[in-house]
Design a protein around this ligand. Structure first.
Ligand code: HEM
Length: 451
């Protein structure tokens, strides 16, 4: 037993190192530096465009049929997460996306999920008050966001269910990559995109999360949208407009799993980076506190106040600009296109480089500076700022993420003075951008600690 664990660990280290090297090769595969917003690389049959020009990125995102996710990525996502919205590029995507759209509008998020969001951010603050802060902000934010999405999906979510979600979903989102074989198949123009089976760890993770999901589904036999104002109830109400057929249990499971995975890591990462900024810059936390006090008149923070918190919203958006959870998106061209000097051929790979665009001094004044005030002109920035992607495949959960972000920051700043106890060591970029190392903060209840 011990031996096989050791063997697996060694195997994983070797696999991860090799994959990291392959990623590095792919990422540095820039043979022609064409400027800050566009670079091109080619090796053998593999041509890769790195695009950091928001205008071109929006055009590419606007044609998801011409520029879908690369086949290997679709296969990996589907292998690990089933055919939910993230992975699905077949004809079943559009009706599913249309069906879930109404529960993610700003009004629906407010009506259906804001109660859970406020309760969960309140519980997070209560825990921080008791412990005097957090020894692992990312863990706490994942738990908070995981519980929010769990409650949105199922109406309620136990601590045990949240623990399983925490332990498993990251593993399924960051699949054991098939980068090396993909790389060689592309370079040597081999006619397939290899994706192996799930690793043992991935199978275990999928089995554990399936137990949670299927138990919830079994609780609802028959599932009903009338009695449950949650996403599971809504998915159960789906009927195909031609055949009248509902989603199969497997389809419902896949959608639920996709929301669980897509719905908490990104938000948690952004909130962690934001807390880091607040702990390092007390004047920013102070401005949030003043704004919250002016909106609530010193009373309880409620959904209706969120609309008035422009500066707080700016802090969350500025965090998404500097630390974009989705820092880049890969795409594959299925047809030729030309945008100015950028000539894309069918079969080429594309990287939409959001992080680079967000740090472009030609687009953003003093891009390294954390300046929430720049989002006072939020509408004017829509053209250049794409934290939630764009086009038909843009993030359906953006309203929920914004409410969680703004409510979370307003609650924490209203309650505490935050100070840095342990800083992160950097930023890791594997599928999503996450803080590397551990962020720990002290949280001193306002009006209690030394002034
Ligand atoms: C700050 C938080 C978040 C960020 C930055 C973010 C970002 C994104 C981006 C950039 C995409 C587009 C991916 C692509 O085109 O390949 C996306 C897709 C998606 N997001 Fe989010 N997201 C966040 C929160 C959420 C939440 C809270 C949910 C669920 C409630 C969610 C559910 C999804 C789903 C299901 C998709 C796939 C949509 C499709 O392809 O039809 N996201 N997200």
């Amino acid at each position: 037993m011990k031996l096989s664990v050791k063997k697996n660990t060694v195997k994983n280290i070797v696999k991860n190192t090799v994959n990291a090297m392959a990623s590095a090769v792919l990422n540095f595969l820039v043979t022609e530096i064409k400027g800050p917003r566009y670079n091109f690389g080619r090796i053998g049959g593999l041509a890769q465009h790195q695009i950091a020009d928001p205008a071109v990125m929006r055009k590419i995102l606007g044609e998801p049929d011409v520029f879908p996710k690369p086949v290997y990525l679709r296969k990996l996502l589907e292998r690990n997460m089933g055919r939910g919205l993230l992975a699905d590029h077949t004809e079943s995507w559009a009706p599913a996306r249309r069906h879930v759209a109404p529960v993610f509008t700003p009004g629906a998020v407010e009506a259906l999920f804001s109660g859970a969001i406020f309760e969960e951010t309140g519980m997070l603050a209560a825990r921080w008050e008791k412990q005097g802060g957090s020894d692992d902000v990312l863990r706490d934010m994942r738990l908070m966001a995981g519980r929010v999405i769990g409650r949105a999906l199922f109406g309620g979510f136990s601590d045990a269910e949240a623990d399983v979600t925490m332990a498993t979903t990251g593993r399924l989102l960051r699949p054991s990559f098939a980068r090396i074989p993909y790389f060689f198949c592309k370079v040597f123009r081999l006619p397939f995109d290899p994706v192996g089976g799930m690793s043992r760890a991935e199978k275990q993770a999928a089995a554990a999360i399936d137990a949670v999901i299927y138990a919830r589904m079994a609780d609802r036999s028959p599932p009903s949208a009338q009695t449950h104002r949650d996403i599971l109830g809504h998915l159960a109400a789906y009927r195909d407009k031609d055949t009248g057929r509902p989603f199969t249990p497997r389809q419902i499971r896949d959608h639920l799993l996709n929301f669980m995975i897509a719905g908490h890591e990104t938000t948690a990462s952004a909130l962690t980076f934001a807390v880091r900024e607040l702990a390092r810059q007390p004047d920013i936390a102070g401005k949030i506190r003043d704004e919250v006090a002016a909106a609530t008149g010193g009373g309880m923070l409620e959904m209706k106040h969120l609309r008035m918190l422009h500066y707080t919203r700016g802090v969350f958006l500025e965090t998404l600009r500097i630390n974009p959870p989705v820092f880049a998106l890969p795409r594959e061209a299925t047809a030729d296109r030309q945008y100015g000097d950028i000539k894309i051929k069918k079969g080429d790979s594309l990287i939409l480089a959001f992080e680079a665009a967000n740090n472009d001094p030609g687009l953003w004044e003093d891009p390294d500076a954390f300046r929430p005030e720049r989002f006072a002109r939020e509408n004017a920035l829509r053209e250049i700022f794409l934290p939630f992607g764009g086009g038909q495949r843009a993030c359906p959960g953006r309203s929920m993420a914004m409410v969680e972000g703004v409510a979370g920051l307003a609650t924490l700043c209203g309650a505490f003075d935050l100070a840095l106890k342990q800083d992160i060591t950097g930023r890791s970029r594997v599928v999503t951008m996450q803080p590397a190392g551990t962020l720990a903060v002290t949280a001193t209840k306002r009006g209690v600690g030394p002034s």
